[in-house]
Ligand binder design. Structure first.
Ligand code: NAI
Length: 249
């Protein structure tokens, strides 16, 4: 195993694919030791091997982030393994879309537990290790749906919007310990989450985006790389939309 003594330790959820995979790949390329988390272990092991083949450091912690006890343990175990935890990227998320009148309690609860409660659980578990290290960079991945709402996404928009108030509170509580907390709100990004959208929706979205293209996972990873860098110590409590200008006003 490579020597990680001088590397920042970065825990990334939803790292098996899409945006999380791009974030992990980018942070590893930037010299972070990345701890890869998502539900199943096999794709994380593949990514770990790829990162190591490129000279980076990675470790795998598979768990279900909607199971608070096992998610908190994954973070605590990371601290035990490396003796520190510097960066936390809460990226994993799900959609269970439905119109308000048809939305079930289960669809509501699944999305709130996975997209919101898990972020609280992770930040609570990471706060003490970060305080001990007198350094921390927390990034919570929200969505432009949380900024402007979206038909069929009352549950998702509620969870993503709540991340803004939650993150500002964390930023206020932990700022004096050199721990920052920010939200990145992606617009439409080319991933499994969006690949089944009808072509007319994609074309409509492209019309709303100044850059006239969907985003790529690497666009989000680049923003996360900066916000989690040592240079970004004066940036906290912010929600940054990375959406090709879709929600600017
Ligand atoms: P994706 O569906 O491609 O990947 C989601 C990742 O989260 C996977 O690694 C999956 O295994 C993991 N995950 C889901 N539920 C989990 C659970 N209970 N426990 C552990 N891991 C779990 O999603 P994508 O597109 O990469 O999205 C990543 C984040 O970005 C999500 O929070 C999503 O809401 C957000 N986002 C995505 C947008 C897009 O256009 N793709 C737009 C705005 C926000």
């Amino acid at each position: 195993m490579p020597d990680t003594t001088d590397q920042r330790i970065a825990f990334i959820t939803g790292a098996s694919r899409g945006i999380g995979r791009a974030i992990a790949t980018r942070l590893a390329a930037d010299g972070r030791c990345v701890v890869l988390c998502s539900r199943s272990e096999a794709p994380l092991n593949d990514l770990k091997a790829e990162i190591e083949a490129n000279g980076g450091s990675a470790s795998v912690r598979a768990c279900d982030i909607s199971d608070s006890a096992s998610f908190a343990k994954a973070i605590e175990d990371t601290f035990s393994e490396f003796g520190r935890l510097d960066i936390l990227v809460n990226n994993a998320g799900i959609t269970r879309d439905n119109l308000l009148l048809r939305m079930s309690d289960e669809e509501w609860d699944d999305v709130i537990n996975t997209n919101l409660r898990s972020v609280f659980v992770a930040c609570r578990a990471a706060a003490r290790p970060m305080m001990k290290g007198r350094f921390g960079r927390i990034v919570n991945i929200a969505s432009t749906s949380g900024l402007v709402g979206n038909t069929g996404q009352a549950n998702y928009a509620a969870a993503k919007s709540a991340l803004t108030g939650f993150t500002k509170s964390v930023a206020r509580e932990l700022g004096s310990k050199n721990i920052t907390a920010n939200v990145i709100a992606p617009g439409f990004i080319n991933t499994d989450m969006t690949k089944n959208l009808p072509e007319q929706v994609i074309e409509h979205v492209k019309g709303l985006v100044s850059t006239k293209r969907l985003g790529e996972p690497e666009d989000i990873a680049a923003a996360v790389a900066y916000v989690t860098s040592d240079d970004a110590g004066f940036l906290t409590g912010q929600t940054i939309a990375v959406d090709g200008g879709m929600t600017m006003c």
